[in-house]
Ligand binder design. Sequence first.
Ligand code: CMC
Length: 431
Amino acid sequence: MSGKKFSLQNGETGESLELPVRSGTVGPDVVDIRSLYGEQGVFTYDPGFASTASCESKITFIDGGKGVLMYRGYPIEQLAQRSSFIEVAFLLLYGELPNAEELEAFEQSIRTHTMINETMLRLFNGFHHDAHPMAMVAGVVGSMSAFYHDTTDIQDQRHRDIFAHRIIAKIPTIAAAAYKHAVGQPFTYPRNELNYAANLLHMFFAVPAEDYEVDPVAAEAIDLLFTLHADHEQNCSTSTVRLAGSSGANPYSAIAAGIAALWGPAHGGANEAVLTMLQEIGSVDQIEKYVAKAKDRDDPFRLMGFGHRVYKNFDPRATIIREACHRVLAKLGRTDTPLFDLALRLEEIALKDEYFIEKKLYPNVDFYSGIIYRALGLPTSMFTVMFAIARTVGWVSHWREMIIDPEGRIGRPRQLYSGPVQRDYVPISQR
Ligand code: CMC
């Protein structure tokens, strides 16, 4: 506790209550309201948790006003420029950057656990050919709890480590199997000599009929996107993983719940929605019309890839990715993509518009990530799956932190009930 206090006064009784205030290392203080219900018989009301810290965490810090994002204290700009996804994964999981030996051992462990049980592969045959890959990935990841009974004692640190390595190593293989099923190609087995991003591209794009060589530019782009997407503190899917896991549920099920939450267009599904929206807009001369639709309160249309619950200045990931987008498209020789031109024009128009300025709506990470994935040859329906692969590292890190948190309890929010008061059952003949 910081020693600071926050006073609340009950407007009816005049009684006041002093609540303890807790300070973190950076960021706003929090008022500890745990005694509120017991002492005053009231709950707090905060739909969407906009003012509620649901836990204490040491993993990721965001200052939405200043556009700051740090993993374990390291600014995202430095990690994007100088680190790699696997090193970032180690950092998020274990709290510190690895030394050379630790990094090699971690990478080796991930590289050598990429294969999935053959019977898991057969699950894909049960899905219709046009099943959305997110549905397949959520289902198959959930099924992992049926495969690894030996290591799901969540109180055992070794089991937690095995789970962490296993899910991080295998999720690209599961994602690739979903992709291959969707395009009707045979599954490509992982190759352990390749790094995380290169292996993923190999599993996606290699076919038995010809040789496939991973383009290092593409692998580098994936590594960067994964680094940027690896964690984002208590977002919707991460909170879902924590909540599902707080009951002591099997960790694979908790990750599957996170994948399901990520799928929504207000969250990870936005990268897919951005491309769909750009295709719908179609040409630069249509932009004004769609911007007007986005501003119309009676029209449910929103500019996908714009706005963020936390970032009210700029999304630092978007700044990095925007620049990477230019670089990657140039290196891949795809600068002439009309969708990218359209995206840039839309960004320019929206950024000058009073509505977007006033509501502090800036392009977010997903505004650009889809354009890069598209340039790498991935179908739109795979974009959110790519996000899920990267975010698995964050989910697992938060799940681990939650399991050993001495203050951790089952997540169980309260409510403001506004339904009918007690009434008597009416027999059907009298209704
Ligand atoms: N287009 C038009 N208007 C918008 C948009 C948008 N993209 N986003 C927010 N607004 C308006 C909204 O209508 C509201 O207006 P008013 O005050 O008049 O009612 C105001 O801005 C505040 O919006 P909100 O919905 O209360 O804000 P929120 O914090 O609840 O939602 C958001 C944040 C990201 C869900 C929302 O901005 C949105 O739906 N954006 C589009 C989807 C998107 O790009 N999501 C990806 C987020 S980044 C990746 C990730 O972290 O998952």
